[in-house]
Design a protein around this ligand. Sequence first.
Ligand code: TRP
Length: 507
Amino acid sequence: MEQKTKKNGFASGIGFILAAAGSAVGLGNLWGFPYKTSANGGAAFVLVYIICVILIGSVAMISEIFIGKRAQANTVTSYKKVKKGMGWLGLVVIAVPTLIVCYYVVLGGWTLRFAANSFQAIPEAGNALSFGAFTSHAVEPVFYTIIFVLLAAIIIMAGVKDGIEKSSKILMPALFLILVGIVIFCLCLGGGVERGLEFYLKPDFAELGFDGVVAAMGQAFFSLSLGMGTMMAYGSYTGKEIKVGKSALMICLFDTLVAFLAGLAMFPAIGALAPEALGAGAQGPGLIYQILPQVFAAMGPVGEVISFAFFAMVVIAALTSVISIMEVSVQFIIQKFKTNRKKTTLIVATVCTLVSIPIAWSVGGAFDGAITIFGFDLLTFLDEIANTVLMPLGAFGACFGVGWFIDKKLTANPMNTLRTLESEDLKLGKFGKIFAIMVKYVTPLLIIFVEISGVVGKISSEGAHYWWVIGFALGIIALLIVTYFTFFHKKDCGTNADEEALSVKNE
Ligand code: TRP
């Protein structure tokens, strides 16, 4: 069997869905979503978030998977096949993940340390009290980051089918089981659970504000791994048999469910065991690294097991996401430069580790917090660049490309687009018409609207130094455009078939 197919793609539809869900479910769900919900009006935020997923996320998800599947190639070639002049966007969506992954692995490393440190006979040394000492240490976080990157690299090296697909098929069900177990456990903790639930979910539209709407869209992009080539790269490894619409729907559903369940586990536990933390503390990024360890410590001995299960679950989630982020650049380098997968992965992993070291120092506050850029710590800075500029651009590009350029005649009539999509095997069934209209008008306009208001809002709330973020992001984009047109536009940038041919040759 194995011998017959040298194809380096997903072996089955469910394998693709699990891998894509593995990409989507990550720190964004288990860490970002709960604290953002509690900080932005509880159920009101959940509602807006779901609307963003339906109106924007799902459409962008379908577009990205479709563009990749149609081209069977890396993101640069994929965009070129939508429209030649769009190839530069393929390079942008390679650069963004490469930036993101450098801070993502730092948080992944923290999580690994928290999992490893769950069993502590001496409470003083345990997770609850050692957060600051650990994160600001010059060596420890770097050490855990390296281990985390190595874990991801091993899986990527094994390839799409034998590494990414196989690991996701085991890890994703495991993650879900752990999560459901923890939710049930936490909901049964008795008194205080309701207070936690109320804190998490009480709709408060006054707390939401427009900032919250912008945050919801950014969170949807990040959580669904959109706007950065991940879904395009994974989509390129699927074959004819995959139904894009149905797969996208399942990925969105699963991702949202996991995010929601994560909060459903955390807040009741906090309400029951550390109700005093149900204030601003639980609304910030410290939620899982600072507040939860206190909760686990308050559970007594069983807390050690729960802590381990919880952080192991976060490690799994972060790992399958990091794999997907790195795969985007690994795929491009292999195909464009005809390199070998193992070496390419090692190079990408090494570069990423090197870049992540100053980020680990910066966000952890090592060296007395001396490492900052324009007044931001490096993680926040990169996160802002990606969230406010690069990801919306990538998602917009995918929708715009599908909406306006797939139909070669470039007519405004979405039904022409629909016909072209159908001839291209999109298989959306009765949702085809709605999708054609969404992808052409509604979603791109919504992204532009939320994006512009978001940037204006940020600048007024953060002050003029936020211009550095915008300027820096635009600078990166300009640099990538120049690079693209200088080196890649006229040249062949490779396809998945090239990698397969390479691996056959190297046998
Ligand atoms: N979706 C992941 C999460 O929720 C993060 C992620 C995966 C991602 N691939 C990405 C973020 C690519 C940015 C770019 O944590």
